[in-house]
Design a protein around this ligand. Structure first.
Ligand code: 3PG
Length: 307
């Protein structure tokens, strides 16, 4: 029986990626696309009889899983899977996967680009600073963090990396220095770039006790999730420290207020853009299709995240 794959993307993949995803399909599979949908009901109707689901930041909730009677596998084409209700996926007997590393370069390039832009005051005409010679602290040294470290070293930055799940050897093999002390990370770096997942432990964890330690002229870079930064602390920090800057993909809830008050010290992408390149969409989208076919044909669950 033909296996049905639904690609449900409120923020669609680039056209080139969808073409290559279709081209990657073997006989015995068919693929449909639900793009730019505006209601959960549309999503529920589209998922009704499919065997596999590919999503981006789309929310895979209990409601969606209840509606998808034939569903066996959900693949988040990307890194973060905080948009999948993992306990519900397990309760529904579903395998949930991500496609780690596939869109990392796009996010790393965005983070470096935002650092340079804010160093020049959002190109507002005023004299700025350079990132060369500055110290960068990377909070979470996974696929994105490591690429940012590599590119930052190319710009002549000093790079230190904090990641409690990695050994000194693994970190230092990349040329970065291991940092085990958050006071050192936030207290000595001109730039701190966040690369942790959003979970109960990390939500609102970047607060005044960390930001407040950042040195004069420091910038906090957030291409992780908006929820990891405490917005009250952010507002306080920007108000009390006229030297402090914040750039993020994606905007905090208080973005309008911050942009009005501090136009040359904050920058927010208009929607989540980190992985929004043709290349990243091709890599993550095609990987998702291949992982699904491999799962059905060989039972491969290498990238399962609800274990
Ligand atoms: C990810 O976790 O992979 C990124 O945040 C990209 O998310 P997106 O696919 O919604 O752009």
């Amino acid at each position: 029986m033909t296996k049905k794959i639904l690609v449900a993307t409120e923020k669609p993949f680039a056209k080139e990626a969808t073409e290559l995803m279709k081209a990657a399909l073997k006989d015995g599979y068919e693929m449909t696309f639900l793009e730019k949908y505006t209601s959960v009901d549309e999503f529920k109707a589209a998922v009704k009889d499919v065997d596999a689901l590919i999503i981006r930041s789309d929310k895979a909730t209990k409601e969606i899983m209840d509606a998808a009677k034939n569903l066996k596998i959900i693949v988040r084409a990307g890194a973060g899977f905080d948009n999948i209700d993992l306990p519900e996926a397990t309760a529904h007997g579903l395998v949930a996967m991500n496609t780690p590393g596939q869109n990392s370069n796009a996010v790393a390039e965005l983070a470096i680009g935002m650092m340079i832009m804010i160093a020049r005051n959002n190109y507002n005409g005023k004299s700025g600073t350079e990132i060369h010679g500055k110290k960068l602290g990377i909070y979470g040294y996974g696929n994105v963090g490591r690429l940012i470290g590599k590119y930052a070293m190319g710009f002549g930055m000093e790079v230190i990396a904090y990641d409690p799940y990695l050994t000194k050897e693994v970190i230092e093999a990349t040329g970065a220095k291991q940092c085990t002390d958050l006071d050192e990370l936030f207290g000595t770096c001109h730039y701190v770039s966040l690369h942790c997942p959003a979970n109960d432990e990390t939500k609102n964890s970047i607060n005044m006790s960390k930001m407040g330690k950042m040195p004069k002229g420091a910038t906090l870079v957030n291409t992780a999730r908006k929820e990891v930064v405490c917005e009250e602390s952010l507002k306080k920090m920007l108000a009390e420290r006229p030297d402090f800057k914040y750039v993020a993909d994606v905007a905090p809830d208080c973005a309008a207020e911050l942009k009005e008050k501090y136009s040359d010290r904050v920058f927010f992408t208009p929607k989540k853009l980190g992985a929004q390149t043709e290349e990243a969409n091709i890599n993550a989208g095609v990987a998702a299709v291949k992982q699904i076919m491999d799962f059905f044909e060989t039972g491969n669950k290498k990238f399962q995240v609800n274990k």
